[in-house]
Design a protein around this ligand. Structure first.
Ligand code: EPU
Length: 420
C-alpha cells in the first residue's frame, strides 16, 4: 500500500503549475462515445485512476480505446459487443452509472450494477432511473443490477426532484437520440454538464439551455464522431489555490479558467489572498500572510462546491480567526475532521456544520484518507503542520488528482510517495 510522506511547516509554495483536464468532465464525455459508432478523439484527458477504470469498462464492452503518449484518446464504439457494467467496476467508481443513459438510447438495452452507498453518503440513483422511465424505458432493479430496456427513447418533460450532476448528464445523453423533444427542468448547472453539452453538440446533438435550470434537447436519429478537448479541472484549481493560501505562498496556475472558480476566488480574497487572473491563468499571492478564517456553505453550482469543502476546512484549521463550514450536498462528508483533529486542529462538528478555530501550528501525524477530497485536505494540512505527516490510503487521491506530489514538489513542497 502506498503512502505520502509530507514534511510540513516550511517554505511558502511558490512557482507555476499546470492544471489538468477535469475528472468530472472527462468521465461523462467517455460515456458519450457510446452514442456514436464513429471515431471520437478526446484531448486534455487527465491521467487518473477513474479514467483508467472507465477505459477498462469500455474495453470490457468490446469498445476500442487507443491512448497515445500524451493521453489523447481515440474511442471507437462500433465494435461494442456487451451492454453490461459489472459490480466489480461500478463499486470502485460510481460514475460508471453514466453508461446507462447512452447505452439505452443507442442500443435499447443496458445492464448496469447499482452503485450502492459510498463514504460520503448514501448517494442513490433513483432520480436517474425515474427520469429514464419517463422517457419510456422499462427499468427494473434485480439482484443489485439496473436492467433497462426500450425499443426507443421518447422525448418527455421532466422536472428533476433534486439537483443531480450525473443524473442530468445521464438524461441529457439519453435525450440526444430520443424521438421528440426532452425538457429537463431543475437541471444541474455545473460547468461539467455544460462541457458535456458542448461535446454532444459537436457530435450533432440539438441542445439548448445548458448552464441554466432548463435544458431542451431535440432528439436526432444519429450522432457522429468528433474531436473534443475536456475543460480544466476546477477542483484541482481550487485545491492548488488553497494550498498556496495556507502556506502564505505565491503560485501561478496555468491551463485553467477563473470563470470556473468564481466562488472559490471570492472566499480566498475574503481570507486575504491577492488574486490576478489572465487568459487561462490565475495567480494567487498571500504576501507571506496567514489566511483569515472564512465561512462557507456548500450547494450546487454556482454556489460553493462540496468538492472544495474539505480543503476549506483545512484552510480554516490553520487560519487566523474562525470559520463555519456547512455541508448541504452530502450527509456524511466530514470524515477528514477526525483526522485533522489528530493533527491538533480545533474543530467541532454539530449537525451539518463544522465550527473551526484556527491554530497557528498543526502537528504532523499519521492520517488516513477516507475519500478523494478528504485526502486532498489532509495533504494540505500536512504542508503546514510541524514535522512529518503520513497520509495512508492514497489510492483515493490517485482517482482524481494527476501527479499531485510532483506538482506540489515543483512548488517547493517536501512530499514523496513510498510503497510499503
Ligand atoms: N441524489 C439523489 N438521487 C439521485 C441522485 C442524487 O438523492 O438519483 C442526491 C445525492 O445523494 C446527493 C445530491 O443528490 O445528496 C447530489 O448528488 P449528485 O447526483 O449531484 O452527485 P453525483 O452526480 O453522484 C457529482 C460528482 C461528485 C460531486 C457531486 C456534487 C461526478 C462524477 N461526480 O456526483 O464528485 O461531489 O456531483 O457536485 O461528476 C468528486 O469529484 O470528489 C465527487 C464526489
Amino acid at each position: 500500500m502506498e503512502k505520502l510522506y509530507i514534511k510540513g511547516g516550511r517554505e511558502p509554495l511558490e512557482g507555476r503549475v499546470r492544471i489538468s483536464g477535469a475528472k468530472n468532465a472527462v468521465l461523462p464525455v467517455l460515456a458519450a462515445t457510446l452514442l456514436t459508432d464513429e471515431l471520437m478523439t478526446i484531448g486534455n484527458v487527465p491521467h487518473l485512476n477513474d479514467v483508467t477504470t472507465t477505459i477498462e469498462l469500455l474495453r470490457q464492452m468490446g469498445i476500442s480505446v487507443v491512448i497515445d503518449e500524451r493521453m489523447n484518446l481515440e474511442v471507437n464504439s462500433s465494435t461494442i459487443s456487451s451492454f453490461f457494467a459489472p459490480y466489480e467496476v461500478v463499486k470502485t467508481m460510481r460514475a460508471s452509472v453514466l453508461v446507462l443513459g447512452p447505452m439505452l438510447a443507442r442500443y435499447g438495452y443496458a445492464r448496469v450494477s447499482l452503485p450502492g452507498g459510498c463514504a460520503i453518503g448514501s448517494r442513490p440513483v433513483d432520480i436517474h432511473l425515474e427520469s429514464l422511465r419517463k422517457m419510456g424505458a422499462k427499468v427494473d432493479v434485480e439482484d443489485g443490477y439496473i436492467i433497462a430496456s426500450a425499443p426507443y427513447m421518447r422525448g418527455a418533460d421532466i422536472e428533476l426532484p433534486g439537483r443531480t450532476v450525473t443524473g442530468t448528464e445521464n438524461l441529457l445523453m439519453a435525450a440526444t437520440l430520443a424521438r421528440g423533444v426532452t425538457t429537463i427542468r431543475n437541471a444541474a448547472r455545473e460547468p461539467e454538464v455544460v462541457d458535456l453539452a458542448r461535446c454532444l453538440r459537436k457530435m450533432g446533438a440539438d441542445i439548448s439551455g445548458e448552464g441554466g435550470d432548463v435544458i431542451t434537447v431535440r432528439g436526432r436519429e444519429r450522432l457522429h464522431g468528433c474531436g473534443f478537448d475536456v475543460l480544466p479541472d476546477r477542483i484541482e484549481t481550487g485545491t492548488f489555490l488553497t494550498a498556496a493560501a495556507m502556506t502564505g505562498g505565491k503560485v501561478r496556475l496555468e491551463n485553467t479558467s477563473a470563470g470556473l472558480v468564481d466562488t472559490i476566488l471570492c472566499k480566498l480574497t475574503e481570507s486575504g489572498a491577492h488574486i490576478n487572473t489572465g487568459n487561462g491563468s490565475i495567480e494567487i499571492d498571500m504576501r507571506g500572510e496567514r489566511p483569515r478564517g472564512v465561512s462557507i456553505e456548500t450547494a450546487p453550482y454556482p454556489a460553493f462546491p462540496t468538492d472544495m469543502q474539505a480543503q476549506f476546512t483545512s484552510l480554516n484549521a490553520v487560519a487566523d480567526g474562525s470559520g463555519v463550514v456547512t455541508e448541504t450536498v452530502f450527509e456524511n462528508r466530514f470524515m477528514h475532521v477526525q483526522e485533522m483533529q489528530r493533527m491538533g486542529a480545533d474543530i467541532v462538528v454539530r449537525g451539518n456544520s463544522a465550527y473551526i478555530t484556527g491554530s497557528r501550528r498543526l502537528k504532523g501525524a499519521p492520517v488516513m484518507a477516507t475519500d478523494l477530497r478528504a485526502s486532498a485536505s489532509l495533504i494540505l494540512a500536512g504542508l503546514v503542520a510541524e514535522g512529518e505527516t503520513v497520509v495512508d490510503r492514497i489510492y483515493h487521491i490517485d482517482r482524481g488528482y494527476e501527479c499531485i506530489e510532483e506538482k506540489l514538489s515543483q512548488l517547493g513542497a517536501d512530499i514523496h510517495r513510498v510503497s510499503a
